[in-house]
Design a protein around this ligand. Structure first.
Ligand SMILES: [Fe+2]
Length: 428
């Protein structure tokens, strides 16, 4: 399959030259990349180093086996345009045939991510996708996941109006398995006519739900959240029960640019969240031990990754626990926390819309804060919802990127998101 694809010049090797401790590869777009021998030898995909059935590195290919300065006997471009290396000295039993595209995508000095995140405010045009297409077609599924990656939020239209849980899982299972909710069911129901539910959790009550992220007290709250509207009947002319979403990454950017001292507090101070639950609504309030929970988690409101990029927003009022920070830090933190609350409830940042029957809203809980307007007594609304782990969604997206590249599974194994995005775009 690989040879049938006409590749961009950037992915075509022009010449190959071995140097003292590595290989210089010149590409047909004029760029030259250097690859260190140790790096190349460590990534060897020969039958002895890599298990092609399990797509994993063989235990025999470990740091004790690999020489720190591997000897290279010969490096050349083969008839398929790939880099062929015959190793020498202690390594002479190894021959590695490096996929040229894989090599270029791993060149360390260039090329950014293909698909940048787009930050937004109240003016956002939420990307829309079609239910049948997402359920049946991999390209549409890929487009929808790209939309989610870029905007953090997307709507699927034309889901069955008389749908049920299986109509929702027809979409979620395109990605993978549902996130365990520690409940008898992993799909929850928000029904304004259910009198019992209203007495239990704040999201089930009819008052306004301000923008928040879910699962703040859990160790892992990176989720893709799904909300499937099955009924919205209103005798009111107002925007009762309309959904709200806020781009938490845009809010973080706002603070970084306009209130750097608050930004620093929100990225450094650890805020406790908790959830203690003795009974579950699905079992009529029964206290079944296996569903009981007592959670506690310290986290940053704005969480940064190792490169100081925003990784995640964690913010919810009704899972707040008593602050656990030095008393002298508290006032400065609270100032920033108040400012954050003000901004996420500022109309400039809130995209407000009606989630209509037959629509499925999906969003990235690591980035997007969600809420809804109060539901007046003239509104009947029925929504079912579920979660997929963020990792599950990312995994499916990566698989579709890999599929797009047309490359072999052995070379797709172990590619970063950045590399996969470049490979998905290698075709001329
Ligand atoms: Fe929520």
């Amino acid at each position: 399959m690989e040879n049938q694809i006409e590749l961009k010049l950037a992915f075509q090797i022009d010449t190959v030259n071995a140097t003292e401790n590595g290989v210089n590869v010149s590409w047909k777009d004029g760029h030259t990349s250097f690859y260190n021998n140790l790096w190349l030898r460590d990534a060897c995909r020969c039958e002895r180093c890599f298990q092609f059935d399990t797509l994993s590195v063989d235990y025999g290919n470990d740091p004790l086996t690999i020489d720190i300065r591997p000897e290279l006997d010969q490096a050349s471009k083969d008839s398929d345009g790939n880099l062929n290396i015959n190793w020498g000295g202690k390594e002479s039993s190894h021959v590695t045939n490096f996929d040229a595209s894989w090599l270029r995508a791993h060149c360390n000095v260039e090329m950014n991510k293909r698909l940048e995140r787009r930050l937004w405010d109240k003016e956002l045009d939420i990307p829309h996708f079609d239910y049948d297409k997402v359920v049946n077609n991999d390209d549409e599924l890929f487009g929808w996941l790209n939309g989610l990656h870029q905007y953090g939020v997307a709507i699927i239209d034309n889901a069955p109006l008389d749908g049920d849980e299986s109509s929702l899982t027809a979409v979620t299972e395109r990605i993978g398995i549902l996130r365990d909710r520690h409940h008898p069911t992993n799909i929850y129901t928000l029904d304004t006519t259910d009198e019992v539910a209203k007495t239990i959790q704040s999201s089930y009550k009819l008052t306004k739900v301000p923008p928040h992220t879910d699962y703040t007290p859990y160790m892992d709250s990176t989720l893709t959240q799904f909300l499937y509207c099955l009924k919205y009947e209103s005798e009111s002319t107002g925007k009762d029960g309309y959904s709200t979403v806020v781009d938490g990454f845009n809010v973080a950017k706002y603070f970084k640019e306009n209130h750097p001292e608050h930004y620093k507090q929100l990225t450094k101070s650890l805020v406790p969240s908790c959830r203690r639950r003795m009974r579950v609504e699905e079992e009529g309030g029964a206290s079944i031990t296996k569903y009981q929970l007592d959670l506690y988690k310290l986290s940053h409101v704005i969480d940064l990754d190792e490169k100081e990029n925003v990784r995640q927003i964690r913010y919810k009022q009704n899972t707040r626990a008593p602050f656990d920070m030095p008393q002298e830090e508290l006032e400065a933190f609270y100032d920033a926390y108040k400012a954050f609350t003000q901004v996420v409830e500022d109309q400039r940042f809130i995209k407000e819309f009606l989630l209509e029957p037959g629509q499925i809203l999906a969003f990235d809980n690591a980035r997007i804060l969600h809420g809804r307007n109060a539901i007046g007594s003239f509104v009947k609304r029925l929504v079912i919802g579920a979660y997929v782990k963020g990792e599950t969604t990312r995994s499916r997206w990566r698989m579709l990127l890999g599929k797009q590249s047309g490359m072999s599974e052995a070379w797709l194994t172990g590619c970063s998101d950045r590399v996969l995005q470049m490979l998905a775009d290698r075709e001329a």
